[in-house]
Design a protein around this ligand. Structure first.
Ligand SMILES: N[C@@H](CCC(=O)N[C@@H](CS)C(=O)NCC(=O)O)C(=O)O
Length: 270
């Protein structure tokens, strides 16, 4: 529901406020266009959404044929609600079956056993992948949003410290050489965190002065490898899209999203 015609609820009636993009840009836009033809396997996504980004990177990494369908997630079109009654993206449809939740969808794509796998074969390494994916979901992502939405300088310092600490734990668990979590190839854990690595640079850096990774560090090696990865590049829009789409979070404006509300009310992320 828009407060004034054409404006989104997060703009609060002020047309000068930036809002989320409704279409990918740059290289990601080219990818959208080359995956616009009708296909059995459909990703319903919103171009700015990092949870969508994970599933999109997985599809590109595996080189599976698929159709990308952009949805305005805050307006909840029926085709999204038909698959996901919670009304969140990403949602995936495969034939007449559908499901949602980015991590579940990544596992589903893995279970198709088509294209390049992201999970290793060894059960112990698979468990290790899931353990660190859980760390990302539980300890890194929520702090990313708390930090971005925090308006008081003291809180920002606190959350910046917490984010560094939680990223540090992940780096300590990773292969010493890298550049990726398990070594030279991108796998499940890398894809789980990749969208937020992209957004550290494109969102937290401009809005919260998040520092570049320390030159020569293991983290720097990882960040660069993720940024240079083909599947990541093909699903990433131009910088401006992220700047515009995240202004509402950085200003902690009302009616931003369910993620933003959960953070403000101290609840777990949706
Ligand atoms: N736990 C979900 C989170 C998905 C999510 O929060 N998506 C956001 C967009 S980035 C959304 O759909 N928001 C809709 C809303 O706030 O109403 C997942 O991993 O897929």
């Amino acid at each position: 529901m828009s407060t004034k015609q054409g404006l989104d609820p997060n703009q609060g009636g002020d047309a000068t406020k930036k809002t989320y993009n409704k279409q990918a840009t740059g290289v990601a836009w080219e990818t959208v266009q080359s995956h616009s033809a009708e296909h059995d396997l459909k990703l319903y996504g919103s171009c700015f959404c990092p949870f969508v980004h994970r599933v999109w990177i997985s599809l590109e990494h595996k080189k599976l044929p698929y159709q990308y369908v952009e949805v305005d997630v805050y307006r909840k079109p029926k085709l999204l609600l038909d698959i996901n009654p919670r009304g969140l993206v990403p949602a995936l449809r495969h034939g007449d079956w559908g499901s949602y939740e980015s991590t579940v969808l990544m596992e589903y794509l893995e279970d198709l056993n088509e294209g390049e796998p992201l999970l290793p074969k060894d059960p112990k390494l698979r468990a290790n992948s899931r353990l660190w994916a859980d760390h990302i979901n539980r300890h890194i992502i929520p702090v990313f949003y708390r930090y971005l939405q925090a308006q008081e300088a003291q809180k920002q310092v606190e959350f910046a410290g917490e984010l560094k600490e939680q990223i540090g734990k992940l780096v300590d668990a990773a292969d010493a050489e890298g550049p990726f979590f398990f070594g030279k190839d991108m796998t499940f854990v890398d894809v789980q965190i990749a969208p937020w690595i992209v957004r550290l640079q494109k969102v937290l850096k401009p809005y919260r002065a998040w520092p570049d990774p320390e030159p020569g560090s293991r983290w720097e090696k990882w960040v660069r490898a993720v940024e240079e990865n083909e599947a990541v590049k093909k699903t990433t829009s131009d910088d401006q899209l992220y700047l515009d789409s995240y202004e509402r979070y950085a200003e902690n404006r009302p009616n931003t999203s369910r993620v933003a509300e959960a953070v403000n009310s101290g609840k777990g992320l949706p």
